[in-house]
Write a protein that binds this ligand. Structure first.
Ligand SMILES: [Cu+2]
Length: 483
């Protein structure tokens, strides 16, 4: 079933000389909260400049030195219409190599941003132009695929609007969740070193100031075990700590579409809005039959879209770091009134929580019924103590992977034999979960569970398949699908 792939790395063909004169425009700018506006119907090439830079960022009190796109956290949203071509010029001003991965978007293989697999990493001072058509509407995001860089400030939303989709809402807000440690006396690279050196008992973890990096007792019944490894000092919504929250404003009675994105490195967030229910409409960009919930559990890299009809007042939008006893906060204000305290925990967090088993894809999000042509069993393996996360007992080797062929219906069976949950992500494709469950690109596999992911091999190349806990993937829970 496994094969050895000794092909040379694909060399992405875009030379610096082809960059030409790119306008450094972004059609949404800094604002993540925006009203829905009509645009001309013609498709277009939309150009963006992504300058990956070292910068000092204000998280709403805490000032941190970090790496970010154009110096802001989250990075500026990219928002296009279905059919538009995205042209994004990455300029690497970091002290080390980097790439951009367009999470969930079925881009051509050489645009996927997997270093050493789909492209050479972009060296400091170098430029790489990503160019691809935005074919599938939805809520996406982008981040580097080098080391644990995603756990710095290098992430931003990517929204592909569907002009044909009904828009039964007045406002639209993008809510990006994150766990933050970079620049708070440490870096994600040091956290990874501490994890690898024996769950915090090794040299890196016992350096001065590093004694509190790791968690050993982050338990969550919802995640059926250990919730996370990293003891983050801050949890953020749209780049702000709870004591200085972003405020979304609207009028009572208005309907809002909220697009949640979990950009965290090692944290599932349980989200809820005080005094409100949410109507779930999409996950990972794909529509589901609308269903009401009070809370949602969002694993790393997952996205959910919801509709909310707003009450009159000031309301907390809270993201509980699941199993970690800490929260991130934003405020929703539809009238005057006193804001709730930063540590508010609305009762809806412990209310009705819709999981995958209650989500039904709409007919257009359902793959045609077909028996799989090939099945791969992927047993998630490893322990916290050894930090030897892997797949079928093996850690990542770019020359190994799982063979499939173009045109096949592929079934992946993820079985989690570890004591921790893993959000599993496949590049370049989207899959139907558990045959008739929601269509997704990232699926949480809890301890003891088996989840099936079916997809059509319709986008040839070498594709990463990995856990989206950035510390798990970087320590080995990652492999390749090649055809
Ligand atoms: Cu994992």
């Amino acid at each position: 079933m496994k094969y050895i792939d000794r092909r040379a790395f694909v060399r992405a063909g875009l030379a610096i000389s082809t960059v030409g004169t790119l306008a450094a425009r972004s059609d949404t700018g800094h604002r993540l909260s925006r009203a829905v506006t009509a645009r001309p119907l013609s498709s277009a090439t939309r150009s963006y400049a992504l300058n990956a830079v070292e910068s000092q960022v204000d998280l709403g009190g805490p000032e941190v030195n970090t790496w970010a796109y154009n110096g802001v956290v989250p990075g500026r949203e990219i928002r296009v219409r279905k059919g538009d071509v995205i042209k994004a010029k990455l300029v690497n001003r970091l002290p080390t190599e980097t790439t951009v991965h367009w999470h969930g978007v079925p881009v051509p293989n050489d645009m996927d941003g997997a270093p050493g697999v789909t492209q050479d990493p972009v060296e400091p001072g170098d430029v790489f132009v990503y160019r691809f058509a935005a074919e599938v509407p939805g809520t996406y995001w982008f981040h580097p695929h080098v080391g644990v860089q995603q756990d710095r400030g290098l992430y931003a939303p990517l929204i592909i609007e569907d002009p044909d989709e009904p828009a039964p809402y007045d406002e639209e807000w993008v809510v990006v969740l994150d766990d933050w440690i970079d620049g708070v006396k440490t870096t994600p690279d040091e956290v990874l070193a501490a994890l690898r050196s024996g769950s915090g008992h090794g040299a890196a973890a016992t350096q001065p100031g590093h004694d509190n990096l790791l968690l050993r007792d982050a338990h969550s019944p919802l995640l059926r075990g250990h919730a996370g490894d990293v003891n983050y000092p801050h949890y953020l919504i749209n780049g702000r700590v709870a004591t200085a929250p972003r405020t979304f404003t609207a009028k009572p009675g208005q309907r809002v579409r909220i697009r949640f994105i979990n950009a965290g490195g090692d944290t599932a967030f349980r989200v809820a809005i005080g005094g409100h229910r949410m109507r779930v409409t999409h996950t990972d960009g794909f529509p589901v039959e609308p269903v009401e919930t009070e809370a949602l559990l969002i694993g790393m890299a997952e996205r959910y879209d919801v509709l909310v009809t707003l009450e009159d007042g000031v309301f907390p939008l809270v993201a509980l770091a699941e199993g970690k006893n800490a929260t991130a906060l934003a405020l929703i204000r539809t009238s005057t009134g006193q804001a709730p305290p930063p540590d508010v925990r609305p009762k809806e967090l412990d209310g009705l929580l819709i999981g995958y088993d209650r989500l039904t894809p709409t007919p257009d999000a359902l793959l045609p019924r077909k028996n799989p042509d090939v099945e791969h069993h992927l047993v998630l393996s490893g322990t916290m103590e050894k930090y030897d996360w892997g797949i079928n007992g093996e850690t990542y080797d770019p020359e190994q992977g799982y063979a499939i062929r173009e045109g096949q219906r592929v079934r992946l069976l993820f079985t989690n034999k570890t004591k921790m949950w893993h959000p599993m992500h496949v590049h370049g494709h989207t899959f139907q979960t558990n045959e008739t469950g929601p269509r997704k690109d990232t699926v949480n596999v809890l301890p003891g569970q088996t989840v099936t992911c079916d997809f059509d091999a319709d986008n040839p190349g070498r594709w990463m398949l990995h856990c989206h806990n950035v510390y798990h993937s970087e320590s080995g829970m990652m492999t390749l699908l090649t055809y």
